[in-house]
Design a protein around this ligand. Structure first.
Ligand code: HEC
Length: 109
């Protein structure tokens, strides 16, 4: 949990880490992602697919999304178009974790 909060606290850093290096590739720092990955599989793959690229029901290709972590969080929290809001389905920590996972889907990986 602590680590999740840490990551949320530094979305810019995370953004940079994701786009410029494979900092996630080592076993460390996997904790929040694992939860995020689980949540993503449960709630998001239906439309976005496991790698974020399915694009069902007009869903955006998440591996190519240019949104910041905050913008993603806002969309996941409040929904957009066909995509429903998740603010009632997921806790704040879960929302953060799932967005952190979405960040890892970007094609730099
Ligand atoms: C019912 C299908 C559906 C599900 C389930 C779904 N989404 Fe989406 N998602 C969409 C659609 C459709 C859009 C495009 C909305 C628009 O721009 O009008 C979208 C857009 C997004 C975006 C914005 C991407 C961009 O670049 O604009 C993010 C981030 C996102 N979804 C994350 C998630 C996450 C995380 C989950 C699971 C908690 C999820 N979605 C579940 C359909 C879905």
């Amino acid at each position: 949990m602590k680590r999740i909060l840490l990551i949320i606290g530094t979305p810019v850093l995370l953004f940079m880490a994701c786009s410029s290096s494979d900092a996630h590739a080592d076993g460390k720092g996997r904790q929040p992602m694992d939860q995020g990955a689980k949540l993503f599989t449960m709630h998001c793959t239906l439309c976005h697919g496991k790698d974020g690229r399915l694009g069902l029901n007009g869903a955006k290709d998440l591996s190519r999304s240019l949104l910041s972590a905050e913008e993603m969080l806002a969309i996941v929290t409040n929904g957009k178009g066909v995509m429903m809001p998740y603010k009632n389905a997921l806790s704040k920590a879960e929302l953060d974790a799932v967005v952190a996972h979405v960040r890892t889907l970007r094609t730099s990986e």
